[in-house]
Design a protein around this ligand. Structure first.
Ligand code: NDP
Length: 451
């Protein structure tokens, strides 16, 4: 059968654009791609990129204080959100154009509209129908709001980048990546910030000591963290938004942000009609090669709800290309995914938490906590925390965790060693770079304890 395209991609985010571009340029495929919103997707338009720029912006209040401690006379005349936001959006437009050009230069035919599956090889674009040998669904995800009375008054992360003005106070519901990052950003901007989390410590799934340490540092930075707290309702009052916790406690805020997770974008895509199996959250169920239950339809990225991170969507795109266009089926290894939470201070982590590693038998736990030279000189009480989890029997480093300035940068490099299977001896043999924060990673000689 002759198809209009070799590959039709639905969704122009990080995963979809990568797959489309590489299929067209490196595999010589005829590729079409539909995007109903903005090219670049969550990461570029309403996620990682604007978030990281906001992290940078929010840290300047600290930098100004530190500058004074280092002998400069710098004055903080306040933060101009409107001016920052305008520049932020210009940058996002620039990046969106880069993404569009990547596709255009690769010869991918783009459709700025919603696409739906009609059957295993057909996509509808409004009234038009096109056919493709392979269809790739890369439609990402969207914020999820819990079913709480008054939740319609709460913002989601998408809204933060478009705020007309910064609130004076904000309550952030949730204790995951977005809740913690937004709490640090808002607090850095001088917004009175309260994080309200239903569990007993923020960042569930991370190493427990790391969770405790970063929560402690965030509190020291002025964020109020309320744990084991559920929200009963949110009322719109003449005095802002009133949050009632299940304990009965009430408090008013200018804004409330629901950072309570994300859902796959799989509604109304014609999936069921095409016989594609979906899971409980609406995620497209795929095999280890990203193939759905219909052989010609693949799915990658957040719509599959595997590991919802940009580099994973890109890795899934590349493995899809290897599998489908180069006839070299390639699985993805989800075991060692380095990740960072851009709180102040940052969290960087790769490998297992102590809780997860405990099933591998006796462990040696190396930790260090110290005041960094820069923070110390500036008169701050911040403490860096580092942790290595080592399997006693073979000295393999199973996990490496940081709470530190630049933890995201550090963990990327540590991840190379851990991915290569480094042992504690490899860390010990490595000569320190002095004076740095990260040198402590190779100078932890004796275990703090055994577990
Ligand atoms: P997360 O899954 O990380 O966190 C969701 C949070 O909301 C959890 O604390 C969860 O609690 C809580 N929650 C869920 N449902 C409810 C509810 N009904 N009532 C109250 N609280 C609730 O999701 P995020 O939205 O923070 O981020 C989504 C994903 O995006 C992340 O998992 C990550 O994959 C990605 N991301 C990555 C970033 C990075 O790499 N730096 C940055 C931002 C996002 P509980 O823990 O009890 O389930």
């Amino acid at each position: 059968m002759k198809f209009d395209y070799d590959l039709f991609v639905i969704g122009g985010g990080s995963g979809g654009v990568r797959a489309a571009r590489v299929a067209a340029t490196e595999a010589g495929a005829r590729v079409g791609l539909a995007e109903e919103d903005r090219y670049g997707g969550t990461c570029v338009i309403r996620g990682c990129v604007p978030k990281k720029l906001m992290v940078f912006a929010s840290e300047f209040s600290r930098h100004i204080e530190d500058a004074n401690a280092f002998g400069w006379s710098a004055q903080n005349d306040g933060f101009d959100w409107q001016s920052f936001r305008q520049k932020l959006h210009l940058e996002l437009e620039r990046l969106e154009t880069v993404y569009k050009n990547l596709l255009r230069n690769a010869g991918v035919e783009t459709f700025d509209q919603r696409a739906k599956l009609e059957d295993a090889h057909t996509v509808s674009l409004g009234e038009k129908r096109v056919t493709a040998r392979t269809i790739l669904v890369a439609t990402g995800g969207r914020p999820f709001k819990p079913d709480i009375p008054g939740i319609e008054n709460a913002l989601v992360s998408d809204d933060i980048f478009n705020l007309e003005e910064l609130p004076k106070s904000i309550a952030i519901i949730g204790g995951g990546y977005i809740a913690c990052e937004m709490a640090s950003i808002m607090s850095g901007f001088g917004v009175e910030t309260k994080l309200i989390y239903r569990g007993d410590q923020i960042l569930r799934g991370f190493d427990n000591e790391i969770r405790d340490h970063v929560a402690h540092e965030m509190s020291k930075n002025g964020i109020s963290i309320s744990l084991n707290a559920d929200i009963q309702r949110i009322n719109l009052t003449s005095n802002g938004l009133e949050i009632t916790e299940t304990s009965g406690r009430k408090q008013n805020f200018d804004q409330v942000l629901a950072a309570t997770g994300r859902m796959p974008n799989s509604d109304d895509l014609g999936l069921e009609k095409s016989g594609i199996e979906i899971g409980k959250k609406g995620e497209i169920l795929v095999d280890e090669y990203s193939k759905s239950s219909v052989g010609s339809v693949y799915a990658i990225g957040d719509v599959t709800d595997r590991s919802n991170l940009t580099p994973i969507a890109i890795r899934e795109a590349m493995s899809f290309i290897e599998t489908v266009f180069r006839d070299q089926p390639q699985k993805i290894d989800y075991d060692l995914i380095p990740t960072a939470v851009f709180t102040t201070p940052e969290v960087g982590t790769v490998g297992l938490s102590e809780q997860e590693a405990s099933k591998y038998g006796p462990l040696a736990i190396y930790t260090t906590k110290f005041k960094s030279m820069r923070e110390g000189f500036a008169g701050r009480e911040d403490r860096v925390f580092m942790k290595l989890i080592v399997e006693e029997q073979n000295q393999k480093v199973l996990g490496c965790h940081f709470v530190s300035p630049f933890a995201g940068e550090m963990v990327q490099l540590a991840a190379i060693a851990i991915t290569m299977g480094a042992t504690k001896l490899d860390f010990d043999k490595t000569i320190a770079v002095h004076p740095t924060i990260s040198e402590e990673l190779v100078t932890m000689r004796n275990p703090t304890r055994r577990a």
